[in-house]
Design a protein around this ligand. Structure first.
Ligand SMILES: Nc1ncnc2c1ncn2[C@@H]1O[C@H](COP(=O)(O)OP(=O)(O)OP(=O)(O)O)[C@@H](O)[C@H]1O
Ligand SMILES: [Mg+2]
Length: 503
């Protein structure tokens, strides 16, 4: 048995001449969990896509040694035969297939040429039970929430009994208890001698589960340490290439008069008749204020934003007052016309046009607000896009790069930039830094702080406790459809928020 189960040596990968991986070396031992950390665009996903056979040899350089033998991973199939399974960063499921089919895709149990549906559904039932999803194997995948889909993706890899399991940002859509479940599954696999590669921006998870942690920066291996031998500060420094002094830059907000007031907001459950997700709540928002909304994942926080933005209308009752005047918001356009923007949690639902460039995505929704009313002022447009591109430190060759070619975190930055280019009065953000690396997080916090200082009001749903605590001027907490806590800056602590969240 070789010392390492897997080695990747001197890996180089370019996209249209632009290097994404310059020279990467990684080693993976049998039965260990190796964390990979690095900023958005560092090359983590690209490296793992090479390992899992998404790029064929010739599209990259370097050697892969599996169990002491050089191997050529020429397709996903070859990777699978070696026992390498990858769970991708973006959920890739066919929403109109049922859960059982998605779980077993490419692997359907057969009876001759026919699929053995009885076995399929029985096996799926067991797996759903194991991951505590209360749904029929026959229900459409669409009916699952994103956390559940993520767990199903994990099980899709798990049931193939991999030797190496690669997880790319597996927890970005998971609730706390799902994260615990994932951790216990990984622990069980480790006991069985399975090796795992764990990519995450959440350093606490890396410290919780990994044996070693490797840092990639700009497509190069920077360091690799036993988890006990590297402090969090050092890890961040390795990732960013400089010290991150202050993750939560403090701006002193000047809070003005009420700009938005919501009364009698109720949202019906879409599937369960007579049940409300949100029952008759009221709150307000002041000028220059960052209002945090805390609560457990699934407590209806995103739905509150969706309903106020006119994205969810069925089963919604609300009285909304903008600047003291009653307004009706029945579609997103109504909200946008008032000056409300919305950065939703799921990238795919954010109106990003994948085949367009960064620049066009930033500007497309903005045509109405662009300088020069009747004609498009190319120069100004260009300048605006360039400025946002630099300000957000978007890692790409240039503003003409297609969004589909960006790393996950950089796509998120384009989405934020797109809204921030508009002249908004109110911005709704739902988990704004999901999938974003530490350095850029600080950047985004600084931006949100500056916008508030300029008089914009922000409503921020966040499950990231430090983020909620440090960014909110005031915070309301949702549980069981009601507001169960309201705290001013200084009173917002993990304890106070959690206590209200489980009330
Ligand atoms: N198909 C592609 N075409 C062109 N460039 C690409 C493509 N895929 C990735 N890149 C570029 O390669 C670099 C590395 O991207 P990668 O997705 O590996 O980053 P990452 O470390 O996974 O980042 P994140 O934390 O944001 O997920 C980025 O600059 C990205 O824009
Ligand atoms: Mg990635």
């Amino acid at each position: 048995m070789a010392e390492y189960l897997l080695e990747m040596r001197n890996v180089i990968k370019k996209f249209s001449g632009v290097p994404a991986l310059r020279n990467v070396n990684i080693q993976l031992k049998k039965g260990e969990i190796l964390g990979i950390c690095g900023e958005n665009g560092a090359g983590k996903s690209t490296l793992m896509k090479i390992l899992s056979g998404s790029y064929v040899y010739g599209e990259y350089d370097g050697e892969i040694i599996f169990d002491g033998e050089p191997v050529q991973i020429t397709s996903v199939r070859v990777a699978e035969q070696l026992g390498i399974e990858m769970v991708y960063q973006e959920i890739n499921m066919i929403l109109d297939l049922d859960i059982a089919e998605n779980l077993n895709i490419g692997n359907l149990p057969g009876k001759g040429v026919f699929v053995d549906y009885k076995t399929l559904y029985e096996e799926t039932q067991k797996i759903l039970k194991y991951i505590q999803i209360d749904a029929s194997p026959k229900s459409k995948t669409r009916s699952l929430n994103s956390g559940q889909m993520q767990m199903v993706s994990l099980m899709r890899a798990y049931i193939k009994n991999p030797q190496i399991l690669v997880l790319d940002e597996p927890t970005s859509a998971l609730t706390d208890w799902e994260v615990d479940l994932l951790m216990s599954i990984l622990e069980e696999l480790r006991q069985k001698g399975v090796s795992c590669i764990y990519i995450s921006h959440k350093l606490e998870e890396v410290y919780r589960i990994c044996n070693r942690v490797l840092v990639l920066r700009d497509g190069e291996t920077i360091s690799c340490n036993d988890i006990g031998n590297i402090s969090q500060d050092k890890l961040i420094e390795d990732m960013v290439g400089r010290k991150v002094e202050n993750l939560y830059p403090k701006t002193t907000a000047v809070i003005g008069d009420e700009v938005l007031r919501v009364e009698h907001l109720s949202i019906q459950h879409p599937a369960i008749k007579g049940k409300n997700i949100i029952s008759d709540i009221a709150f307000n928002l002041k000028k220059g204020e960052i209002l945090g909304i805390g609560g457990l994942v699934g407590s209806g926080r995103s739905e509150i934003l969706g309903a106020l933005f006119g994205q969810i209308v069925r089963g919604v009752k609300k009285d909304v007052f903008f600047g003291g005047k009653k307004v009706s918001i029945n579609k997103p356009r109504d909200a946008i016309d008032i000056g409300i923007g919305f950065v939703t949690e799921e990238r795919k639902r954010n109106g990003i046009i994948w085949m367009l460039s960064i620049r066009d995505n930033m500007l497309v929704a903005n045509l109405k607000d662009l300088p020069g009313k009747f004609f498009v002022d190319e120069k100004k447009e260009q300048a605006m896009a360039e400025k946002a591109f630099t300000r957000f430190r978007i890692k790409a060759p240039g503003i003409w790069t297609k969004v589909i070619n960006l790393s996950g975190g950089n796509q998120q930055k384009v989405i934020l930039a797109k809204w921030l280019l508009k002249n908004l009065k109110i911005l709704f953000v739902d988990e704004p830094t999901k999938g974003i690396d530490v350095g850029s997080k600080a950047e985004i916090y600084k931006l949100l702080g500056e916008l508030a200082l300029d008089g914009m009001s922000i409503v921020m749903v966040s499950s990231d406790m430090p983020e909620l605590i440090s960014m909110s001027d005031r915070c309301i907490v949702i549980s069981n459809g009601k507001i169960t806590g309201e705290f001013n800056k200084g009173e917002i602590t993990s304890e106070s928020v959690m206590a209200a969240a489980i009330r």
